[in-house]
Ligand binder design. Structure first.
Ligand SMILES: *Cc1c(COP(=O)(O)O)cnc(C)c1O
Length: 342
């Protein structure tokens, strides 16, 4: 019986086509810049996002950390949303690796308020660290896959320009954002100086993310990737899957969004389940099941019996994620299983 895995879009496995491309991939030593498949992926990624250059990295965390390390000096301060992945989920890396401190701001649906950002930028004062980077996240994971409006990104970018502060976009799911907005991904990418996006989530590649930016930025970032141990050798095997992720898998995300919407609508009708159906914009659904009289961990245990996997929680708040290996029938089955539990 098929396992319906709603824990994350990171559970997606490489497609048949990816595996074939990986088998055939031309490779070389990428630290010597000898891997033609890596070079092709980096070229395509830079072009697609409208930037000069790109760097393949083994994970989104490394891409973000390399970006912070490259944009900043030790002892400086960076501005981030308080629930951002870089602040919450990267093991305190910005402090350990770049040696910067975080100024966190409360966002609304993941979006930073431009006035708050402006107020947070440090003036010159003997007591103050320098503000050297502003980070944003689109789509915003902890806000439930919410898309940051382009207007908001534009005003933060312009503010950054005014103060000579670069913007880094954690665009792990930037193609979900461009799909939702129905715009070319460049429309979003234009309002950030560097962007990291994941090939390994909804795009189904087995491993990897890509960091994009100016030539100068990427040259420095390449050295910082080496510093972090991310200089890989015959990594073209991974890039071959990444190219398919970028060229083809970016085009099918609407399907995941529709499945998420259908799941959200169905769940909202079940007594004891609360969620903001309107707020489901992409492939992430935040659900409160405490009204069912159970917590997320108990729900996860019960759903296992129906071959459905979810991440549990101590309270009733759970996150469900749709992806390429979840289809319409699976959504129906999940809804039936929830109803059976009631
Ligand atoms: C998944 C994710 C990352 C990077 O995660 P890795 O597991 O290190 O690839 C970064 N930012 C956001 C918003 C994410 O969801």
């Amino acid at each position: 019986m098929k396992l319906i895995d709603l824990r994350s879009d990171t559970v997606t496995k490489p497609t048949e086509k990816m595996r074939k491309a990986m088998y055939k991939a031309e490779v070389g030593d990428d630290v010597y810049r000898d891997d033609p498949t890596i070079i092709e992926l980096e070229y395509k990624a830079a072009k697609k996002l409208g930037k000069e250059a790109a760097l393949f990295v083994p994970s989104g965390t490394m891409g973000n950390q390399v970006a912070v390390l490259t944009h900043t000096q030790r002892g400086e301060e960076i501005i981030l949303e308080e629930n951002s992945h870089i602040f919450i989920n990267e093991v305190g890396g910005i402090a350990i690796l770049a040696g910067v401190q975080a100024k966190t701001l409360k966002g609304v649906s993941g979006a930073l308020n431009v006035n708050d950002v402006e107020n947070a930028i440090r003036e010159e004062d003997i007591h103050y660290p320098k503000t050297s980077l502003i980070c944003i996240e689109n789509t915003h994971n902890k806000a439930g896959g919410k898309v940051i409006p382009i207007e908001n990104m534009k005003s933060i970018y312009e503010l950054g320009k005014k103060h000579s502060i670069p913007i880094h976009l954690d665009g792990a799911r930037i193609f979900n954002a461009s799909t939702y907005l129905n715009v070319d991904v460049k429309e979003i990418a234009q309002f950030a100086d560097s962007i990291n996006f994941c090939l390994s989530k909804g795009l189904c590649a087995p491993i990897g993310s890509v960091l994009v930016g100016s030539n100068e930025f990427i040259n420095k970032a390449r050295k910082n990737r080496k510093l972090l141990g991310g200089g890989m050798r015959q990594a073209g095997i991974l890039a071959a899957a990444g190219i398919i992720a970028l060229d083809e898998m970016t085009l099918r995300l609407q399907e995941d969004h529709e499945n998420a919407k259908n799941l959200a609508e169905g769940l909202a009708e079940i007594p004891g389940i609360h969620l903001d159906v309107e707020g489901v914009q992409t492939n992430i659904i935040m659900v409160d099941v405490s009204g069912m009289g159970i917590n997320g961990n108990q729900l996860a245990d019960s759903l296992k019996k129906y071959n459905i996997l979810i991440n549990g929680s101590k309270d009733g708040n759970i996150r469900l994620v749709t992806h390429a290996y979840i289809n319409k029938d699976d959504i129906d089955k999940v809804l039936k299983s929830f109803k059976n539990l009631i």
